[in-house]
Design a protein around this ligand. Structure first.
Ligand SMILES: [Ca+2]
Ligand SMILES: [Ca+2]
Length: 588
């Protein structure tokens, strides 16, 4: 769903008050931020903290040298700070760089980016350590500017970057880690990207509410009547009296420039004045669709606007780089609908509005996006999408042939669908996908937040055994190995295959040394299996979109791991044909 090139050059009169205009998308030359060729030049780019840095001839991806950085303490960093003169990267789609990890274990890096509006941790881009550099490999890191959401749900503004930091949150002082960096590049906007426009010089008035006839040409209505009124005008002599009919379903007024979407790129704030004459506060809602919007997830809905009783309020809604409910940047060059509405009320409601405009001056509250759980999405709906996934589709015959199973999953909050971070846990999505094509496949979750092995044994072993699982999947925080081994042995004795997962939160709870213990255990027990999902996430596309603001995983991450788990199940089925037989030895 990319805007056609012609959308850049629309010049159209949409109504008497609506204008849309644009210009040819600029196509700037690629920019090298740093090719790591010169020591001096490098120092103009980077400040280095708790690390040693030098040019190196190893692991070079551009020119003759790379930048060898020895990270010595937690938080060791390369940083660019330009608060006094923010950097304008807005004509660029993404930033890329190459990083080589010479170690046998992953190196965890985090990236922090602030724009000039950032106020603290909630209001900057800073996922917690999800960038795992695979061991012994070169990784090209890529950050797409349109995906950089803050924890508070605001999309970062690449036209005013003040801070860019690459840091190593987990490196230990007693074992420094080395990374070779090279070829920091800014990729220019391509044909389908939404190019920003400079702010307009003055507001664009959508409706000054001076004439009912003009207003009726601007707004369509549903469950609403509009009329001019001399009361509560904030501009000129008239306001628009808006009457919301009783018992109407979502009564509202809307602008729908059907075939000629509006270009709102030069504007940052939607403002209007609203008077609430009643004795109690009234909530109203504002929704904006772009040309790609087709459901709740793909449109912008502002936070509830509360009009205080008896007062006139200037409502300001931040539409600068607004994002949809699903956390995708809205195409402001092609706005297809703007709606002011109320929820259904038993009684008639009246408000007076005036001076509806879009303003280049920033302000107002941005929409807070819960890009974790999406209304209408659940493990079954996600599974329906997955069975048509090009990667999963070829596996369907194998999944269909899985013999009847009862799968128990014992896991912590990161695998719970009921959690607010996601519409479906990776396990539930994968299991529902199998169940759609194979009704003999049953599963049941035994979940608890912060589940450790000790809690799993104490609280869930009995109920899990009662379920009589053919297979048990375990996704819990490791505690003591003996307890973990005993839990697996008890399940195996009861006839269940056991699948222990490495982790599904790649930014925590991943221990390469513990994995070796699992592998050794697997060698002795035919029906114990380690499922390694985390290494599959190294180098994945946009992993920084996986972390929810509370540290859990978003639907994006769960879908990734659901796909990987299905591939893994298919691989196991292909390998064994049948589920592995019970290992009677019961020894460690
Ligand atoms: Ca270089
Ligand atoms: Ca007016």
């Amino acid at each position: 769903m990319r805007p056609s090139p012609s959308s850049w050059v629309v010049i159209a009169v949409i109504s008497q008050t609506w204008l849309a205009w644009g210009e040819e998308a600029p196509s700037p030359a690629p920019v090298s931020l740093d090719d790591c060729e010169s020591f001096d030049a490098r120092h103009q780019v980077w400040q280095i903290g708790d690390a040693d840095a030098e040019l190196s001839a190893e692991h070079v991806t551009s020119g003759k040298s790379s930048l060898k950085v020895i990270l010595k303490k937690p938080g060791a960093s390369l940083r660019i700070e330009s608060r006094a003169r923010p950097l304008d990267w807005s004509q660029h789609h993404s930033i890329t760089f190459d990083a080589f990890n010479p170690h046998a274990e992953p190196v965890h890096l985090t990236i922090r980016i602030d724009d000039k509006y950032s106020k603290g941790y909630q209001d900057r881009f800073e996922p917690g350590g999800v960038f795992a550099l695979p061991p012994g490999r070169m990784t090209r890191m890529k950050l797409v500017f349109d995906h950089l959401l803050t924890k508070g749900g605001r999309l970062l503004d690449p036209s005013c970057i003040t801070v860019f930091i690459i840091y190593a949150p987990k490196v230990r002082a007693d074992s420094p880690q080395t990374v070779f960096f090279d070829t920091f590049r800014l990729t220019p906007l391509g044909k389908g990207d939404i190019a920003p426009l400079p702010p307009a010089k003055k507001p664009l008035v959508i409706d000054n509410c001076e004439s009912a006839d003009k207003s009726k040409a601007v707004w369509k209505t549903a469950g609403v009547t509009i009329a001019s009124s001399p009361d509560h005008a904030t501009e000129g002599k008239q306001s628009l009296k808006v009457t919301f009919a009783p018992k109407a379903e979502w009564p509202g007024m809307f602008i729908e420039p059907a075939n000629k979407p509006m270009d709102l790129r030069p504007y940052r704030t939607l403002r209007f004045d609203a008077h609430n004459p009643s004795a109690k506060d009234l909530p109203i809602y504002v929704r904006i669709d772009d040309a790609n919007s087709f459901n709740h997830d793909s449109r912008f809905t502002a936070n509830t606007v509360r009009l205080p009783a008896g007062e006139t309020t200037t409502v300001a809604i931040n539409i600068h780089r607004m994002v949809s409910t699903a956390g995708i940047r809205m195409d402001k060059s092609r706005i297809a609908k703007l709606i002011l509405f109320m929820s259904t009320n038993a009684a008639e409601r009246v408000i007076f509005i005036d001076n509806v405009r879009v303003d280049p001056v920033p302000g107002g509250v941005a929409n807070a996006v819960d890009f974790g759980r999406i209304p209408g999405q659940n493990p079954v709906s996600l599974a329906r999408e997955l069975i048509n996934d090009p990667v999963i589709k070829p596996l369907i015959p194998i999944l269909k042939a899985i013999p009847p199973k009862r799968v128990a999953i014992i896991s912590h909050s990161a695998s719970m669908t009921s959690h607010s971070a996601t519409s479906g846990s990776f396990f539930d999505i994968a299991a529902e996908t199998v169940r759609l094509v194979n009704p003999g496949f049953q599963y049941k979750g035994f979940h608890r937040g912060m589940m450790s092995i000790s809690i799993a044994r104490r609280m869930f072993l009995k109920p899990a055994l009662k379920y009589q699982p053919t297979d048990t999947c375990i996704v819990v925080f490791p505690t003591t190995w003996n307890e973990e081994r005993d839990l697996m042995l008890e399940l195996m004795k009861a006839g269940s295959n056991v699948y222990r997962f490495d982790s599904v939160l790649p930014w925590i709870a991943y221990s390469p040394s513990l994995l070796q213990t699992y592998r050794d255990f697997d060698k002795k027990h035919a029906n114990a299996n380690l499922i390694e999902l985390v290494p599959r996430s190294w180098g994945a596309k946009d992993p920084y979109r996986w972390q929810f603001r509370d540290g859990h995983m978003t639907t994006y991450g769960h879908l990734f791991f659901a796909r990987e788990l299905l591939k893994e199940w298919a691989r196991i089925c292909r390998q064994t044909g049948q589920p592995p037989g019970l290992d009677e030895t019961g020894e460690n």
